[in-house]
Design a binder for this molecule. Structure first.
Ligand SMILES: Nc1nc2c(c(=O)[nH]1)N=C([C@H](O)[C@@H](O)CO)CN2
Length: 133
């Protein structure tokens, strides 16, 4: 008997359970809503979990099959240093869009922290999830 959830149906993708991680990527960038914030660089910390099928790179031992966390880190840094948004939300959405468009990441969870923003707090930030695993 056919089950109600049939993953062998054409067009139906199996959820990806593997991930590639980047944690605590530190980037100095212009970001903020106040005038003084447009004149200085502030530290941002990026945490990323990105769905990826890690079986192929594990089999080939070839970084070309992997989601290269070094290339992603470089691209995210470059984006943040060029975008100069006011809000963390805007920055987070921009990063999510480029990961999906340029790196073919189908699901991601992104946490963006601004450790210096509220002196009484260790860090403040936003977290988003985009796409489907
Ligand atoms: N949800 C948000 N709240 C605030 C942000 C932000 O990006 N997202 N930004 C600021 C200021 O830029 C702040 O970081 C200055 O300390 C305030 N609130």
């Amino acid at each position: 008997m056919q089950s109600i959830i049939n993953e062998s149906q054409p067009g139906r993708r199996k959820p990806l359970t593997d991930s590639v991680l980047i944690e605590g990527l530190a980037v100095e960038a212009v970001i903020g809503v106040y005038d003084w914030e447009r004149e200085v660089c502030q530290r941002l910390l990026v945490d990323l979990e990105m769905a990826w099928d890690n079986r192929k790179p594990a089999g080939s031992d070839d970084v070309a099959d992997a989601l290269d966390y070094a290339r992603v880190s470089e691209r995210v840094t470059h984006y943040l240093q060029g975008a100069c948004p006011q809000l963390l939300e805007t920055a987070a959405e921009g990063i999510a869009a480029l990961l999906r468009d340029e790196f073919n990441v189908r699901w991601l969870r992104l946490t963006l922290r601004k450790p210096g923003a509220v002196p009484q707090a260790q860090a403040v930030g936003v977290r988003i999830e985009r796409g489907d695993r």
